[in-house]
Design a protein. Structure first.
Length: 68
């Protein structure tokens, strides 16, 4: 079931009536901050994965040179 433009407008009006016009900008701001923190966490996770994989590769190279 796809939402059309009429349904989206009706939902937006209902949300505006329920939460009030003052709460919506606060909600949008907190949603934006949450998205920013999530992306920051993903970036840090990827960087730590790259660091640990490069450390694993260098330790593997050190182990093979010691065996020879």
């Amino acid at each position: 079931m796809m939402l059309g433009s009429k349904e989206i407008i009706i939902i937006a009006i209902i949300v505006l009536v329920l939460f009030g016009s003052a709460a919506i900008p606060k909600f949008a701001k907190s949603l934006g901050l949450a998205k920013k923190e999530f992306e920051k966490g993903l970036k840090e996770s990827e960087e730590s994965d790259e660091t640990s994989s490069s450390n694993d590769a260098s330790s593997d190279n050190n182990n093979t040179s010691k065996d020879a």
